[in-house]
Write a protein that binds this ligand. Structure first.
Ligand SMILES: [Zn+2]
Ligand SMILES: [Zn+2]
Ligand SMILES: [Zn+2]
Length: 116
């Protein structure tokens, strides 16, 4: 990792006044299409929740390409690392409000897959 941190990630190290509201408790697009995901990412610009690059649809990365919102944070229990798509830089943790760090993994319930 480089010594300096990019402007997007360093701005997120400073205290923020408002928590983001996650757009959904699961990947927004996959919930609509009935697809599965592996892990979730939270857009630190607008609160969009999308699936990670290990998921078939990679909606978090697609959200970046569609919106140019630079940073996504892990939206998984105990994970507060953040990734800047613009600079391809990772920080191990950014300060997060409770609403931005789920206590549980939101699992996919794809079509045809029995819900518990
Ligand atoms: Zn950046
Ligand atoms: Zn997805
Ligand atoms: Zn966004």
């Amino acid at each position: 990792m480089r010594a300096g941190m990019c402007e997007h990630l360093s701005s997120l190290q400073r205290p923020r006044s408002h928590a983001l509201t996650p757009s959904s408790l699961g990947c927004e697009e996959c919930l609509q299409s009935g697809d599965a995901w592996v892990q979730l990412r939270l857009c630190m610009t607008c609160g969009h929740v999308g699936c990670c690059d290990s998921s078939p649809n990679k909606h978090a990365t697609r959200h970046f390409h569609a919106t140019r919102h630079p940073v996504a944070k892990a939206f998984e229990p105990g994970e507060d690392w953040a990734w800047c798509y613009v600079d391809e830089e990772l920080v191990e943790a950014i300060p997060a409000f409770p609403a931005e760090s789920p206590r549980t993994h939101y699992a996919a319930h794809p079509r045809g897959f029995p819900s518990p």
